[in-house]
Design a protein around this ligand. Structure first.
Ligand code: DGL
Length: 282
């Protein structure tokens, strides 16, 4: 069991965690909305994808990532990964934070994503494209039902989409086949869907291909803006946490894989060169 004294107590950067590159789509929106804060982004690229892994493994890997970010001084960590939010968030909040440090916070991204859905869908039929882990957890239908019991939710797991992004094949011709197949599967199961949630942070990187195969008239919802706005409201509601987040406008990037590889790929998604450090999660 970790003890409380091992983590720095003073204010620190906001931690943003994903299994790989996908959380950069969330980081980008957060950084645009809240540029004054410091951030540490951590991608567990060495062990991605999480979407096909068991509950226990995702929980253990996510817990290691949270500990790593805490040891870097983060008082607030965002799980910018739906799979980790679906499978590990509640256990970390309820079982780990009381031991690690009850004053720190770990937040997920599913709730902020579904909060806006009631205003977007007119047909009240919503589709969710996500990893196998997120779909099987039923987190999206359960969260949506709590807020909007009249909305029917249909999910489709897209297990190959994350590897397409992680292996830099997201723009290749071959990617079209897999992108189209899962969109067609989803829409075949419910013809009244008028809104599709991209419930995996990697998927906005495939957005050009997704838009190509989603029929006109259907809204494709990415999560970044909703998560960023929700974080902004959270910091306004919790000035005590805001005071524990440093504001120097500096971002650092950590990966569990090669720093050079992460730097090249991430620079593409971010449109700028970045410095990257390799870390080991234990
Ligand atoms: N980007 C992550 C998500 O939002 C998961 C990707 C994966 O590792 O399978 O679910």
């Amino acid at each position: 069991m970790q003890n409380l004294v091992q983590f720095p107590k003073e204010a620190g950067p906001i931690g943003i965690f994903d299994s790989g590159y996908g959380g950069l789509t969330i980081y980008n929106e957060i950084k645009n909305l809240l540029p004054e804060y410091d951030y540490i982004y951590l991608g567990d690229n060495a062990r991605t994808p999480y979407g096909t892994r068991s509950f226990n493994i995702v929980y253990e890997f996510t817990r290691q990532a949270v500990r790593c970010l805490f040891s870097q001084g983060c008082q607030l960590v965002i799980l910018a990964c739906n799979t980790a939010s679906a499978k590990a968030l509640r256990s970390i909040q309820q079982l780990d934070l009381p031991h690690l440090d009850p004053n720190r916070r770990v937040l997920g991204i599913i709730r902020p994503t579904v909060e806006c859905i009631g205003e977007i869908t007119k047909s009240r039929h919503v589709g969710v494209l996500a990893t196998e882990g997120t779909i099987k957890s039923l987190s999206y239908p359960l969260e949506i039902r709590k807020l909007f019991p009249d909305i029917k939710v249909t999910g489709e797991a897209c297990p190959i989409w994350v590897p397409l992004v992680e292996t830099n094949e997201f723009a290749s011709d071959g990617a079209d086949y897999f992108v189209k197949r899962h969109i067609d599967n989803l829409l075949a199961r419910d013809k009244d869907i008028d809104t599709i949630i991209l419930g995996c942070t990697h998927y906005p990187i495939l957005i050009d291909k997704i838009r190509k195969y989603v029929p006109e008239g259907i809204t494709v919802l990415t999560q970044g803006a909703a998560v960023a706005e929700s974080l902004q409201r959270y910091l306004q509601r919790h000035p005590e946490m805001d005071a524990l987040c440093t504001k120097g406008g500096v971002s650092r990037f950590f990966t569990t894989e090669s720093d050079g590889k992460f730097g090249n790929q991430a620079s593409l998604f971010l449109n700028r060169q970045i410095e990257v450090e390799t870390v080991t999660l234990i």
